[in-house]
Design a protein around this ligand. Structure first.
Ligand code: HEM
Length: 298
């Protein structure tokens, strides 16, 4: 943490407009990006760099939309907010994240299929991915059309359809990565699904909750209600990540203890393990801080 030694939470490090407390969600987001990049490097071993880049952008954008729409539909509750202005601020900020994720999905999806499936027929998984890539921008535009309060019922239906579409694409992604073997698919969906839930939550935390908190500090408790609901998922997410990760690692690399250091793939798995250990540590610090304060985690 730089040369400025111990400084309190109020003194942003390196003159950055970010307090130490704000840094933690950013570290979580960065760790999830590193863990997923290492995962794509493993699962697309030997593919050209640009193909792996597109598949990574695809899984990150699909994950952000699946996890983020789950938060918007299930964890976000407009009745938490006393003032409509705060509700609108939260919805508008999520809509911006959605726009970026849909754009990334378009680039990642077209690039993955173009570089990964050139000159051969698409498999059913790639067709499902393509369907989501094509439909998502349209659904995003329709959601913008029905954003007024008077359309809340219609926009809820369209948002559930959007969620089902990107979830269908995530299943297609898993299908194409596992060649359709049911047990492998279930394990991979557990792994990639955990990633989706966490990267969606981390996107909400960094790009919706924190900026809204800064703009509306008086509504802190209301804004954090969704974050508290999200955090209750994490112990299960971490357990599923670990179990599916270890299974995939043993299937890919074998049981020998020397694998983690002996091969490039083994070192990538060691990086992923370290990422999950760091993330688990941050979650534990948060839970302990919450217990000390005698209330739900901040
Ligand atoms: C937060 C941490 C982690 C994230 C974000 C993450 C994410 C991912 C992603 C996105 C993939 C690509 C899936 C695909 O292309 O189908 C993947 C693959 C993989 N992950 Fe993880 N993972 C994490 C932790 C772990 C851990 C702890 C292990 C092992 C102990 C692990 C082992 C693997 C293996 C072996 C693969 C490749 C599967 C294959 O192609 O056969 N992951 N991971």
């Amino acid at each position: 943490m730089g040369t400025r030694g111990n400084h309190d939470e109020k003194t942003p490090p390196f003159g950055l407009d970010v307090s130490l407390k704000d840094l933690q969600p950013r570290i979580v987001f960065a760790l999830l990006l590193v863990g997923s990049a290492a995962g794509i490097w493993l699962s697309r071993w030997g593919s050209p760099f640009v193909t792996r880049g597109f598949w990574w952008l695809l899984v990150v954008s699909l994950g952000t939309l699946c996890g983020g729409l789950y938060w918007r539909l299930v964890l976000f509750d407009a009745s938490d907010f006393e003032h409509d202005e705060t509700t609108r601020a939260v919805s508008e900020r999520w809509r911006h994240v959605e726009a970026f994720a849909v754009l990334a999905l378009l680039i990642g999806g077209v690039g993955s299929v173009a570089t990964g499936a050139a000159g051969r027929p698409l498999d059913p998984g790639e067709v499902a991915v393509g369907f989501g890539v094509a439909l998502s921008p349209f659904l995003w535009v329709v959601l913008g059309r029905y954003s007024g309060d008077e359309w809340s019922q219609t926009s809820a239906y369209v948002r559930w359809l959007f969620f089902a579409t990107v979830l269908g694409s995530l299943v297609g992604f898993v299908w194409t990565e596992t060649g359709g073997h049911p047990f492998e698919q279930a394990v991979r969906f557990g792994h990639v699904g955990s990633f989706a839930l966490w990267i969606g939550g981390a996107s909400w935390h960094n790009f919706v909750v924190l900026p809204t908190l800064r703009a509306h500090p008086d509504a802190a408790d209301e804004i954090k209600a969704g974050a508290r609901r999200f955090r209750r998922h994490l112990p299960v997410v971490i357990a599923v990540f670990l179990a599916t990760g270890v299974y995939q690692a043993v299937r890919l690399l074998g049981y020998s203890a020397s694998v983690p250091v002996g091969t490039a793939a083994g070192r990538l798995v060691a990086v992923k393990f370290a990422v999950l250990a760091l993330l688990t540590g941050l979650v534990a610090i948060n839970l302990r801080r919450a217990r000390k304060r005698g209330g739900p985690s901040e």
